[in-house]
Design a protein around this ligand. Structure first.
Ligand code: NAD
Length: 300
């Protein structure tokens, strides 16, 4: 292996350390901690585990996190009403409101997400926040996209003038990340290509990338042949694959064939321990920002 491993877990720890200090200041000034409310619908194991790690990370920095559990049978109307009640602070101050995705198939996800007011939207999914990001004046940036940019900046990986290829065009990861990397300023000014399921010649496009980001959800999609020597490869994918040798018979992998890509790339992020912890750290940062904006403190 020649590539440098981009340790997202260590960086997330450093971000938490500085957030802890800021949260303490907020709490002293306001007489209460910033508060995040997470709506968890149903019993999906992956969602429950993501929510658990969000809540424990919040606790580590002094953010008050509440998980509101709803049965999988809840319909769209009930969820919209619940989010509305949370937004009116009927269950305590809700600085940040997050609806854990995916929602059950019978629910209109867009309607539920749209019920989260723009100023509590710590996931950055509201059209107003997406619009602000696209205009280059972001408020709440979708957490995973923000985490990827933070990882690049922290590692000293130059983005200005470089070619960044992003595989995946979702509203959650690919699209906001493309906007961030193409925006002016630190961690931006890149030339960005977005690839997706209909892209032709994917490997050839990827081989042109100085920065290659995989956000698809297909294990082993990115192989060494798709990577330019020395490139930075960021693996956003989270996939659970069967592995009889692993505890519980399965383990998590990304979209990148880590072992072969690490022989070619200049740096590569692992799964787990790469982008995942940064996504959570960015959620905490957004929650503090939401609380500060609401209390008129403004971001520090
Ligand atoms: P999504 O399903 O909404 O989007 C997947 C994208 O991949 C689509 O734009 C699609 O066009 C593209 N795609 C599918 N097959 C392709 C192919 N063969 N070649 C090229 N592109 C292809 O998924 P998402 O919500 O953006 O998540 C993507 C992955 O990232 C998933 O594995 C998800 O679990 C993971 N994820 C990780 C984090 C984190 O914190 N690390 C956060 C969010 C999502």
């Amino acid at each position: 292996m020649t590539a440098r491993t981009l340790d997202g877990k260590a960086l997330a720890g450093r971000i938490e350390d500085s957030l802890r200090v800021e949260v303490e200041t907020f709490s002293r000034l306001e007489g209460r901690a910033p508060r995040l409310v997470v709506v968890l619908v149903g019993e999906m194991a992956a969602s429950a585990s993501y929510v658990k790690s969000k809540a424990s990370a919040a606790a580590r920095v002094g953010i008050d996190a509440e998980v509101v559990r709803v049965p999988a049978t809840a319909d769209t109307e009930a969820l919209v009403a619940l989010v509305g009640a949370l937004a009116r602070d009927e269950q305590g101050p809700a600085d940040g409101i997050l609806v854990q995705l995916p929602l059950p198939g019978h629910v209109d996800t867009q309607r539920v997400l749209d019920a989260v007011p723009a100023d509590r939207d710590v996931d950055g999914f509201h059209p107003e926040n997406a619009g602000l990001l696209s205009q280059g004046r972001p408020r709440f940036i979708p957490c995973t996209a923000a985490g990827v940019q933070r990882m690049l900046v922290d590692a000293g990986i130059e983005t200005a003038g470089k070619h960044a290829v992003i595989i995946g065009r979702s509203d959650i990861v690919g699209k906001p990340l493309a906007l961030l990397l193409a925006a002016r300023g630190t961690g931006g000014d890149a030339t960005v290509t977005i690839c997706h399921s209909r892209s032709e010649n994917l490997a050839a496009i990827c081989r042109q990338a100085d920065i290659l980001v995989a956000a698809v959800g297909k294990p082993g999609l990115v192989t060494a042949e798709m990577v330019k020597p020395g490139a930075a490869v960021i693996d956003v994918g989270i996939n659970r694959i069967a592995d009889p040798a692993a505890k519980g018979g399965s383990r998590l992998v990304g979209d990148v064939d880590f072992a072969s890509v690490a022989e070619v790339a200049g740096s590569v992020s692992p799964v787990p321990g790469g982008v995942g912890p940064l996504t959570v750290a960015m959620l905490l940062a957004n929650t503090l920002l939401a609380a500060e904006l609401r209390m008129g403190q403004g971001p520090r």
